[in-house]
Design a protein around this ligand. Structure first.
Ligand code: M6P
Ligand code: ZN
Length: 191
């Protein structure tokens, strides 16, 4: 039996950065290009402005293993690709019956959830909002505000990340700006 040393981490509440972060993952538009619904907008941005940072994940470095509760903070930059808000890649858990907890830290955004049969929901997230991802719901987050949106997430260590299902089929619904409001609409590219 391995006895881990207890550790405290600090979250910079204004930026959402986790310190000390063991690993920081940066996701840019170029590597996420296939996930946005408006492919013309993707090509236009890459051709005129070049690549852009969409979000960063600061991982605490807790092992992804049964019994552990890995956690991270995520900071999504404000902005849109066409009408669609900047968002995370999104995933299901490999073990579908594992849940997850989100806590809004800064800015505002939406937690977008869907089951494998395409049923979709979205939860508005602000600083202090606790969003619960029940078992069986795929999840992604989008920044629907004008400043960076930061949140903390914690999940069972054995859950695993399945990105393939979202990459192959997309989300059934996407979060876009309609009449100045974040609105969930059917994803024209969903399979
Ligand atoms: C949250 C958690 C992480 C996830 C991150 C970014 O912090 O759900 O497990 O990695 O968001 O989301 P994704 O991995 O889908 O890009
Ligand atoms: Zn998850």
């Amino acid at each position: 039996m391995l006895i881990m040393e207890p550790r405290a981490f600090a979250i910079e509440m204004d930026t959402g950065a986790l310190r000390p972060a063991e690993r920081v993952i940066r996701r840019t538009l170029r590597e996420m290009r296939a996930l946005f619904a408006d492919q013309d907008a993707v090509e236009r941005i890459l051709a005129t402005d070049g690549d852009r940072l969409i979000y960063e994940v600061c991982l605490a470095g807790i092992e992804e293993a049964a019994g552990q509760i890995p956690y991270s903070t995520t900071v999504i930059q404000p902005g849109r690709v066409g009408d669609e808000f900047h968002m995370t890649k999104g995933h299901f858990h490999v073990l579908r019956d594992r849940a997850e907890i989100y806590l809004g830290l800064a800015g505002e955004g939406h937690l977008i959830l869907q089951t494998e049969d395409g049923t979709a929901r979205s939860l508005s997230m602000r600083p202090g909002t606790v969003g619960y991802v029940p078992p069986h719901w795929g999840h992604r987050t989008a920044n629907s505000g004008s400043v960076p949106f930061a949140f903390l997430a914690a999940w069972p260590g054995e859950a695993g990340h399945d990105y393939g299902t979202v990459e192959e089929r997309g989300f059934a619904q996407i979060l876009v700006s309609r009449d100045g409001r974040p609105t969930l609409i059917a994803n024209p590219t969903h399979v």
